[in-house]
Design a binder for this molecule. Structure first.
Ligand code: KG4
Ligand code: ZN
Length: 331
């Protein structure tokens, strides 16, 4: 049972985030310092700059999260911190800070898998997932379909063979001259255009695996050979191709697994168009659609704190592993 508060820390990419959840798993505070301005001029995340920015922002962000939640370190029973996957330098800043605070405050530090955090994002603030649920995780680093029978039983059904969905959005955004991260801008631009360019739908009829690099290459060829292209139409056609593939795989997965709900998490699930198409699909198949509010789709520490809450609640006690002479337990 969880009796006190939990501090969550997330630094796997370009967002420095800290959050506090209460003994019942309620989110009490969530602070996110984004580094978008720092990386914009490089057209993508510059790993060394990201680690430096995390080092500068993390302690103030943690202080603010604890202040907003009106807790001191004495109210905490654990710290949960992203242990990967992500940028190694950025993760080390989070791990070392958490390990240092945990040693000083004499509370355990739990290293949480970032993807487990995303899976938990759909239940932040209220329980939305109806089990068994087909999970579509679409982020900047990953794309997969999984069947979740409950929070501890996750069966991977299919993943991407090359780029993730978010990577494709960001790379196509770069081709269209949009600032990083281009996902939200492409999504908006697409709403102003027409889907009139027949970009491929890779692996549409091949099981539950994905491939996005072919769509990306087709867009690259199109913009190189059609100098007067319409950015809006390219965006609309690209988004349409990606969503056709994503929804087809969800449909096959839902029919195959007979899941009661479809849960979509990860940064790309912030897309208005994906949300609308998923809503249509779920109505057609008569299954529940579980979507986190847009603010919990992208990286945040609240999802890491909630995943840590699961761990404490389940009373799991594996051996802590040493990190730079301090100790961390993995989840
Ligand atoms: O989950 P996330 O914040 O970080 C990772 O774990 O990777 O996902 C970031 C990705 C980026 O590729 C970004 O362009 C994309 O999510 N993204 C979006 C939207 N908001 C963020 N893609 C499409 N539409 C959006 N509204
Ligand atoms: Zn993420």
């Amino acid at each position: 049972m969880v009796e006190k508060y939990i501090l969550g820390i997330e630094t796997s990419c370009d967002d420095t985030s800290a959050a506090v959840v209460g003994a019942d798993g309620t989110v009490l505070s969530s602070i996110i310092a984004t580094q978008t301005d720092i990386h914009a001029e490089y057209g993508g995340v510059f790993p060394e700059m990201a680690s430096r920015a995390h080092s500068e922002f993390l302690l103030p962000v943690i202080k603010k999260a604890m202040k907003d939640a009106q807790v001191t370190h004495e109210d905490l029973c654990a710290i949960g911190v992203t242990r990967g996957p992500g940028l190694i330098g950025s993760i080390l800043v989070g791990l070392n800070t958490a390990a240092g605070l945990g040693a000083g405050w004499k509370i355990p530090v739990i290293g949480v898998n970032h993807l487990r955090g995303h899976l938990r994002s759909a239940d932040l603030e209220e329980k939305r997932i109806i089990f068994p649920s087909l999970i579509l995780l679409i982020s900047g680093g990953h794309t997969f379909l999984a069947l979740m029978k409950n929070h501890d039983s996750i069966e991977l059904l299919g993943t991407t063979r090359d780029d993730s969905a978010g990577e494709a959005y960001d790379k196509v955004g770069r081709m269209l001259g949009l600032d990083y991260p281009a996902g939200p801008a492409i999504d908006r631009l697409a709403l102003q255009g027409e889907s009139n360019i027949p970009f491929p739908r890779p692996m549409l009829h091949k099981g539950l695996e994905f491939s996005f690099s072919g769509i990306k290459s087709a867009v690259s060829r199109y913009v190189e050979t059609n100098k007067d292209f319409s950015k809006e139409d390219v965006a609309a056609s690209f988004v349409d191709a990606c969503i056709d593939v994503l929804m087809k795989k969800c449909k096959v997965g839902l029919v195959q697994t007979q899941a009661k709900s479809l849960t979509i998490v990860g940064g790309v699930s912030a897309s208005k168009q994906i949300r609308e198409r998923a809503d249509r699909l779920c109505k057609e198949l008569n299954v529940h659609l579980s979507l986190p509010p847009v603010k919990w789709s992208t990286d945040n520490a609240a999802m890491i704190a909630l995943a840590t809450w699961d761990y404490i609640n389940a009373d799991i006690h594996p051996e802590p592993i040493p990190v730079m002479g301090l100790s961390i337990t993995e989840y």
